[in-house]
Write a protein that binds this ligand. Structure first.
Ligand SMILES: [Zn+2]
Length: 120
């Protein structure tokens, strides 16, 4: 099914194709824990940016592999390119338009100090 998401001001909107039951991941790394990001990894071909391409700022830190994409207007990161899956997008399920969703209990992704990401 098609899910739609956006930043807060709706300058950035997208849609993705995914099932109704979603296997989501919570991450305790330094940036995700501060923003409460709830991850769903999607293949790039299942992701379609509908608006806001020119309204995104890219923030990087540490290895620079992850591309954190923030709306220039409202500052919300509704999707980005994660270090763990550089060929995919991670979308923030908390940024989706209101809809009945069936979410798995979030799997905890533990970010180790250093470069490796380990799942627990
Ligand atoms: Zn925005």
């Amino acid at each position: 099914m098609i899910h739609k998401g956006s930043c807060h001001c709706k300058a950035v909107t997208y849609e993705i194709e995914a099932s109704a039951t979603l296997d989501v991941t919570d991450c305790n790394c330094s940036i995700c824990s501060k923003s409460g990001y709830l991850h769903l990894i999607v293949n790039k071909e299942k992701f379609k940016l509908l608006s806001g391409k020119d309204n995104l700022n890219t923030y990087t830190f540490d290895t620079g592999e992850a591309k954190h994409l923030f709306c220039k207007t409202c500052g919300i990161k509704s999707f980005y390119i994660p270090r763990s899956h550089p060929d995919s997008y991670s979308v923030n399920v908390r940024c989706w338009m209101k809809k009945r969703l069936s979410l798995s209990k979030p799997r905890l992704l533990t970010a180790k100090i250093g470069r490796k990401i380990l799942t627990s």
